[in-house]
Design a protein around this ligand. Structure first.
Ligand SMILES: *Cc1c(COP(=O)(O)O)cnc(C)c1O
Length: 372
């Protein structure tokens, strides 16, 4: 079946007990044993397994084309679970422009665990090759990346990692399985902040790890999930599973709108630079065109006039909402350097936008007046 159809139906059916078309929410933390002491439904205690989480995990594995999924309480908890499945002394190669929370997990938390990390520009394949060591177990990819929308060639990095037996983990949050299927390009695991496009409505915090194969490594991720307990709650799982049903059609809208907004910014004299992988002059456009079926809903740009003017542009926005995060139906705008703090390498006049599902003409009109 096609991915749109899987997204609508995978993981749930009509409830046999009531005929309910939408799945019920199972808040129960505990499940009754059979008279033989076993668990006839497979559920025992909600940290180990819950019907809503299982429905979400099945749906997400189906649309990513993976074998299994472990759902967590946030994208960060999913990232942490993958890294906690490694051993002290192991080494990770990660992008210099990884999500700042991922960088912090590697640099501040996992260093205490004895996990080593080298940060490289993932679009520079020679640098990736140089960063690989005999003890490298994971090469972490995030594409497109934040905030400059760099696009990493997943297949090329997978070939380099595969040569030393390292796993490729791809954070697919920005592209979503609707636009990019990392397993088809050689990734072994996919990580999601389902808080973003999969949830799709800015109302649920959660995350997931999807595995291409149910191997020993994924068994460790499952162990971190069930024993560590950073699981996705039943209602949160229900919300993300609901979001997934409309994912592919929402992504089409995000892509159409973002393409229109990016074209407007590129042609506007008040704008110094526009970063969108769909623009033919984007440095990674060819890679993006090869590995993505759409260029996503995220755009960054630099208005002329430096940092102060960028802040003023953001301040004048009326339809765009001044907030961080991405993937909701409403368009968001933010001055990126202020979000990332004093040690940021992001240019002071960089503005990042999550393009929502309003009409593109209204978004362009708002940016036109905000540019002053
Ligand atoms: C938001 C985000 C995360 C972290 O997810 P949370 O759900 O906020 O913990 C990880 N990776 C990317 C690319 C993100 O955008």
């Amino acid at each position: 079946m096609h991915k749109e159809t899987l997204a609508v139906h995978a993981g749930h059916g009509v409830d046999p007990a009531t005929g309910a078309v939408a799945p019920p929410i199972y808040l129960s933390t505990t499940f009754e044993r059979g008279t033989d002491g076993g668990y006839p439904t497979g559920y025992s205690y909600s940290r180990a397994g819950n019907p809503n989480r299982a429905q979400l995990e099945t749906a997400l594995a189906a649309i990513e084309g993976g074998a299994a999924t472990a759902a967590f309480g946030s994208g960060s908890a999913a990232t942490l679970a993958v890294l906690q499945s490694l051993a002290p002394g192991d080494h990770v190669v990660a992008p210099t422009d990884a999500y700042h929370g991922t960088t912090r997990i590697l640099r501040d938390l996992m260093s205490r665990w004895g996990l080593a990390a080298t940060f490289v520009d993932m679009t520079d394949l020679a640098a990736v090759e140089r960063a690989i060591e005999a003890r490298t177990r994971v090469v972490w990819i995030e594409t497109p990346s934040n905030p400059l929308l760099h696009v990493t060639d997943i297949a090329a990095v997978a070939a380099i990692a595969g040569a030393v037996g390292a796993r490729v983990v791809c954070d697919n949050t920005w592209a979503t399985p609707a636009l990019q299927q990392p397993f088809a390009h050689g990734a072994d695991l996919v990580v999601h902040s389902t808080t973003k496009y999969l949830g799709g409505h800015s109302d649920v915090l959660s995350g997931a790890v999807v595995a291409k194969a149910e191997d020993d490594f994924f068994a460790r991720v499952r162990e971190v999930q069930a024993v560590g307990g950073g699981v996705a709650a039943p209602f949160d799982s229900w919300l993300v599973a609901r979001g997934i049903r409309s994912l592919h059609w929402r992504m089409r809208g995000h892509v159409v709108n973002a393409a229109a907004v990016a074209a407007f910014l590129r042609d506007d004299q008040r704008v110094e630079a526009t970063y969108y992988p769909g623009l033919p002059d984007h440095p990674n456009h060819a890679v993006a065109a090869r590995q993505m079926s759409g260029f996503g809903g995220m755009i960054s740009f630099q208005p002329r006039g430096g940092s102060a003017n960028a802040l003023a542009v953001v301040g004048r926005a009326r339809l765009f909402i001044r907030a961080t995060s991405l993937g909701g139906t409403e368009s968001l705008i933010e001055h990126r350097a202020s979000v990332e703090g004093p040690q940021t390498r992001t240019p002071g006049n960089l503005i990042r936008m999550s393009i929502g599902l309003e009409h593109a003409d209204d978004l362009i009109a708002d940016l036109d007046q905000a540019l002053g």
